[in-house]
Design a protein. Structure first.
Length: 293
């Protein structure tokens, strides 16, 4: 199935909006009151000259801490290079200001994999006079060094490792650090699934890389190693339970319900451990061992 990247980024950024600002724009985080953030409805603007429509994705209405000044933080994730994107940011600003008549802070988040420089301003000037200089905040994920974020306790940092500037040889290490970070965070299951799903959408390991990751995790010592292994087992169990539910539903549609034994056999073929299979299927460990034999 095709991934709706705009929707995925919007979901993770609205869920962890304060964490996003804190991670990349600490000076903004210090000044802004995040206790009562209100996300406004999506804005759609028509470009009459081009005959296209553009969506303004994330509009967060809040205020400054030191004064009761209402502000809007406009965050625009951009998943592909686009000529004149800086001009589009200016046009968004003008139309948003026309509607809301308040201070607006524009942020562009470049999420694509190409490592290219993007302008952070739009200007109109003559040799004798500058008419306009519009500047917005930018963050280019591919230019971020993932190693700078692995000691962070920010949940969003863990997920965004998957879009930062690692190379192919570092993929296993990046996922290992993601698992380590997640295992130390007290996150509810729904948000944990969101972050893990986001990460795995953008960083996928081959079977040989997965095997290497499992070997490295097994070698992790102490309590940290235990926590990472516990997190992996918990996540795999949820995935298997979901898969079993989908399999049963599909089997019923086809007039045949998959049995617990069939599910267990499929899990054994994937070399999952006996205890996990027993927990997921409801079979006893002895029954699973008998199937294995």
């Amino acid at each position: 199935m095709a991934v709706d990247h705009d929707r995925l980024f919007k979901e993770v950024l609205t869920t962890y909006f304060e964490e996003f600002i804190q991670l990349f724009f600490p000076e903004v985080h210090v000044a802004v009151d995040f206790s009562n953030v209100q996300f406004l409805a999506e804005e759609v603007f028509s470009d009459v000259t081009q005959g296209e429509k553009y969506k303004v994705d994330i509009l967060a209405k809040t205020s400054l801490k030191e004064e009761e000044t209402i502000i809007i933080i406009h965050t625009e994730p951009q998943s592909y290079p686009q000529p004149d994107f800086n001009e589009r940011m200016f046009l968004y600003y003008g139309r948003l200001y026309e509607k809301y008549r308040c201070n607006i802070l524009p942020i562009a988040l470049f999420t694509y994999d190409q490592n290219r420089e993007e302008p952070d301003h739009f200007s109109i000037a003559f040799p004798f006079h500058t008419v306009l200089h519009f500047q917005f905040l930018i963050i280019q994920l591919k230019q971020q060094n993932w190693r700078h974020f692995i000691r962070s306790d920010n949940p969003l940092a863990a997920a965004l490792l998957s879009k930062m500037g690692y190379n192919e040889k570092e993929k296993v290490q990046v996922k290992k650090e993601f698992l380590r970070m997640m295992s130390h965070m007290n996150i509810d299951p729904a948000r944990s699934d969101l972050l893990t799903g986001f990460f795995e959408t953008y960083l996928t390991l081959t079977s040989s890389e997965e095997k290497k990751l499992q070997e490295e995790v097994k070698r992790m010592d102490g309590r940290e190693g235990e926590k990472v292994r516990e997190f992996i087992v918990s996540y795999e169990k949820k995935g298997m339970e979901k898969g079993m539910e989908q399999g049963i539903e599909q089997g019923m549609k086809q007039g045949k319900e998959k049995t617990k034994t069939e599910i267990a056999e499929a899990m054994l073929k994937k070399d999952l451990d006996i205890e996990t299979i027993s927990e997921v299927t409801g079979l006893s460990t002895d029954e699973v061992l008998q199937l294995k034999q």
